[in-house]
Design a protein around this ligand. Sequence first.
Ligand SMILES: [Fe+2]
Length: 203
Amino acid sequence: MTPQSKTHLLFPTVVQTTNIENAEILNEKLIGGVEALQQQIPNTKPDDWACSVYTTLHSEIDLFAINPFSKVKDIALREVSRYADTMHMQAPLANLRILDAWINVYREGDSQEMHVHQNSVFSGIYYVQAPAGCAAVMFRSSEADTMIDPPKTAVDELNSTDVMFPAVAGQMIIFRSHLRHAVLTNNTDAPRISLSFNIDVHE
Ligand SMILES: [Fe+2]
């Protein structure tokens, strides 16, 4: 007789993707803004990043205070609020606080190593430009370091610890800031441009 057993799936990792409305018009403006930004702001890539990428992270600019990037601010807040609702977390719009927002430009050969966004609760990526075949973002489970796996008979959601999401222009991805992620090596002539942000919740 077969024993009665049940498989339980515990602790899902919640990632939200949204195709933002009227993104083509928005991205046209943002691409122009990024080109201007690159003329004005030198690459501020931190010394402890081994990868190559142009970033405005930790630069002096307040990205969401500058046109056209300010247009993404309300969308980011709205999407984080929806994500929190899905997770039954109390994070009303009025209590969300933007901690940082920055641009990343990946030219051919650029990538970003596995990392988390420290001192933040919610993080997001919005794709300003994503040429066909450009680098995917890869999320890594916290389970990745905890086991030695036997050989897999199939790779699926029960046993994989890395999940790739292709970059899609106009799409916004929201995730918890502690979720590890990386950007694979970009192989497109035209740059892959993303806008990232960190948001927390205040009383
Ligand atoms: Fe990141």
